[in-house]
Ligand binder design. Structure first.
Ligand code: PLP
Length: 452
């Protein structure tokens, strides 16, 4: 067996990690995660960590679920791979498509599978442009997205995303993708009420449409709650206004449900929590609880009808579209979510308890505001609690706090100075209490370090 140092040396020599300063690997070395159960992880040194991020927002049913493991094993033995290109497919792909049509909002009867959320969003770009081509309006090609959004790392995914650091690398965005402001009330001057601000932020979409010309705009895409951007929960007025604007201008509305899907917000999909009716939805992560890669696009009837009846071949697809093992795990995962009533549990029991717990954490002197939505939460760390003045980003207070979390057995993420969680939906109240004790401790340690 290899020692941690040994693993770290090999890692630093050969492995380029995503979203990582490569040079840092040679210094402190990576943390090697070796096993997991329920909401806990263990590293190669035997330290136990409470995973308040569900991996990367994906392990909705928690680690170690026998049903998912058995489904994968059985499918691997029966048929480890076959594709769904050229009029072939496999029973798991069919059955998952059927199940997705049941658990998604009623306008969705069709799915196009991908291997990831990024590929799902690439599919979206091609599909909405194809839709307008088929409708005889090929000039309708611009897609509007938002600053600080995350829609993946492929060329189209990262272009839809609104992270300036990503756009700086590789010449993004690709043509025909533009961005408007995000609905982040706390970051504004806060002179408007949250609801007024929500309307204002949504109306930035209408302004952009009028600026470009509605006859050039294909679609608007957004995450119900911006996840990687920092768990930015929009005001209640935001999404209904976005819906109104899209309807008024005939623009396709796309919901990126990669994080919010499969129960995280307390409904099956975030669009149901926020009251809008998308034409297309991207999903990934929670569809298999991250046990195996799978993503895709739910295609609403407005688009499906045109693609099917007028489209002929859609020249698009991935080797792993409808991968039978991934789909078998997806089926087992959705059935598990249904059997354990996890969506209902998030809505009525554990989500409200997380909200209460975060409301109590809001008392901490470092915390300017808290936001939660279902099993997602954010703590905004601020320099001055009374005025809400934020820290100078150079201090990297979020990173300081994250390091304390990491050192104290808690995996929590920092987005700037916003500390965020998205724990598994199976978490118990006692485990939320346990997480809150750790969070408080890490906030205290961060505060002490700032005073030094
Ligand atoms: N869309 C959203 C909202 C995401 O959060 C992510 C990943 O975090 C993606 C898309 C990209 O998904 P993937 O990493 O599976 O390509």
């Amino acid at each position: 067996t290899r020692t941690t140092k040994d693993w770290q040396a090999a890692d630093a020599s050969h492995h380029l990690h995503p979203f990582t300063d490569f040079k840092s690997l040679a210094g402190k070395g990576s943390r090697i995660i070796t096993r997991a159960d329920n909401i806990y992880l263990w590293d190669s040194e035997g330290h136990k960590l409470l995973d308040a991020m569900s991996g990367l927002w994906c392990v909705n049913v928690g680690y170690g679920r026998r049903e998912l493991i058995d489904a994968a094993t059985k499918q691997l033995e029966t048929l480890p791979f076959y594709n769904s290109f050229f009029q072939t497919t496999t029973p798991p792909a069919i059955e998952l498509a059927e199940l997705l049509a049941q658990v998604t909002p009623p306008q969705f009867k069709h799915v196009f599978f991908s291997g990831s959320g990024s590929e799902g969003n690439d599919t979206i770009v091609r599909m909405v442009r194809r839709y307008w081509d088929l409708k005889g309006q090929p000039e309708r090609s611009v897609i509007i997205s938002r600053h600080n959004a995350y829609h993946g790392s492929t060329m189209a995914g990262a272009s839809l995303g609104g992270m300036s650091g990503m756009h700086e690398q590789g010449g993004l965005p690709i043509p025909g993708i533009v961005h408007i402001e995000q609905p982040f009330w706390y970051e504004s001057d806060r002179r408007l009420s949250r609801d007024e601000f929500g309307l204002k932020a949504a109306r930035a979409l209408e302004q952009k449409i009028l600026e470009i010309g509605a006859d050039k705009v294909a679609a608007f895409i957004g995450e119900p709650v911006q996840g990687a951007g920092g768990v930015i929960v929009p005001p209640a007025t935001y999404w209904p206004e976005i819906q109104r604007i899209c309807d008024r201008h005939g623009i396709l509305l796309v919901s990126d449900e990669v994080i919010c899907g499969f129960g995280r917000t307390g409904q099956w999909f975030g669009c149901e929590t926020f009251g809008y009716r998308p034409d297309l939805m991207t999903f990934a992560k929670g569809v298999t609880s991250g046990y195996i890669p799978l993503g895709g696009v739910m295609v609403g009837e407005r688009v499906a009808k045109v693609l099917i009846e007028e489209g002929g071949e859609f020249a698009h697809g991935y080797t792993y579209s409808g991968h039978p093992v991934a789909c078998a795990v997806g089926i087992a995962n959705i059935k598990l979510i249904q059997r354990e009533g996890l969506v209902e549990r998030v809505r009525t029991e554990i989500g409200p308890y997380l909200a209460e717990t975060f409301a109590a954490l809001a008392e901490h002197p470092l915390v300017g505001e808290v936001q939660t939505c279902g099993m997602m939460g954010a703590l905004q760390l601020v320099k001055d609690k009374a005025s809400g003045e934020m820290f100078d980003g150079k201090l990297e207070v979020g990173m300081v706090c994250r390091a304390h979390c990491f050192g104290n057995g808690l995996i929590m993420r920092a987005v700037g100075d916003r500390m965020i969680v998205a724990p598994p939906l199976v978490m118990t109240k006692a485990q939320i209490d346990e997480m809150a004790v750790l969070i408080r401790k890490c906030l205290d340690l961060t505060q002490q370090e700032l005073k030094q």
